[in-house]
Design a protein around this ligand. Structure first.
Ligand code: CP
Length: 311
């Protein structure tokens, strides 16, 4: 693997999932691989799991880790040819080349503005760093994708599924803030690659990018969609059509124990309790949120390992 900016950078998904499971059994097996190699993680936005699990994964492989909260550094310019006589102090071209001298791999988290669809879909921050960096780049959640989370989710479903082709439902849930589509986008792409009976349910107006959902069945009736599901992946996202807008806060879409029934509950976290899902769901035996978060380490470790093997 030469980079990991999309789930399509995984060559053989089933092999990758099995390799990640083996890393989980024996996390220090490759601790010589990352010796004298450094991961630099650049955060343009907040994180708990991604930051800690990716650092843990790198350390399991023997790597050194440096973290930069980009808001603490010089304000970056992304426009080529810009006359930098205003707020920005450093061009991404220079910053990415400099950081590449300190890093063997650069990982980037940069959320969308959710104001301008074209700008967000251009993935300016991730793509600019990838363009000017001279080392491999990993996406730790960009404007439109969260591929480390999606690999985690695939590992978790593979571990907990009780049939070859489980029914997996991605359900929208209410939230007080406008959230990106990155997690549901990457989850949908991942489920299309996995052996799964995959459906999506949300209120009208919350259709994800049709180039991503493709032929996935869409339901506007959550209970109908979720009936007899093996896995319910619950997540809020803002509207793609009416870009970045909150169209509904309908509490009827919160996941309840009654609706979940026997399905296993998944969420990428962080989650707003009793808004997105009831405490009774999150604290139930059916909830996978804690083992799912644990798998973030082994998804990241698999990606780092495969990149280290190429450099
Ligand atoms: N799921 C996830 O990416 O968590 P953080 O935002 O805490 O990194």
């Amino acid at each position: 693997m030469k980079k990991y900016t999309s789930i399509h950078d995984i060559k053989n998904l089933n092999k990758a999932i099995e390799s990640a499971k083996r890393l989980k059994q024996n996390p220090f097996q490759y601790e010589a691989l990352g010796r004298h190699k450094t991961l630099v993680m650049l955060f343009f936005n907040s994180s708990l799991r991604t930051r800690l699990s990716t650092e843990k994964a790198a350390k399991n492989l023997g790597m050194e880790v440096m973290v930069l909260n980009v808001n603490d550094a010089w304000q970056l310019e992304f426009e080529d040819g810009s006359v930098m006589d205003a707020k920005t102090s450093e061009h991404v071209k220079d910053a990415a080349e400099v950081i590449s001298q300190y890093a063997d791999i650069i990982a980037v988290r940069a959320f969308p503005g959710l104001k301008n669809k074209e700008e967000d879909e251009a993935e300016l921050v991730l793509n600019s760093i990838a363009k000017y960096a001279t080392v491999p780049v990993i996406n730790m959640e960009s404007s439109t994708a969260h591929p480390l989370q999606a690999l985690t989710d695939a590992i978790t479903i593979s571990e907990f599924k009780e049939k070859e082709k489980p029914k997996v439902v991605l359900s929208w849930a209410p939230h007080p803030k406008a959230l990106p589509q990155a997690v549901p986008n990457s989850f949908a792409e991942m489920m299309q690659l996995m052996e799964a009976d995959f459906r999506i349910t949300h209120p009208e107006g919350y259709e994800l990018n049709p180039e991503i959902t493709k032929n996935t069945p869409i339901y506007y009736d959550q209970e109908e969609a979720i009936k007899d599901a093996d896995f319910a992946y619950v997540k809020n996202w803002s509207s793609y059509k009416d870009y970045g807008k909150i169209l509904s806060q309908d509490k009827k879409w919160m996941m309840t124990k009654a609706k979940l029934d026997k399905a296993k509950f998944m969420h990428c976290l962080p989650i707003r309790r009793n808004v997105v899902a009831q405490d009774a769901v999150l604290d139930s035996e059916n909830s996978l949120i804690i083992p799912q978060a644990n798998n973030r380490t082994f998804a990241a470790q698999l990606v780092l390992k495969q990149i280290l093997e190429q450099i």
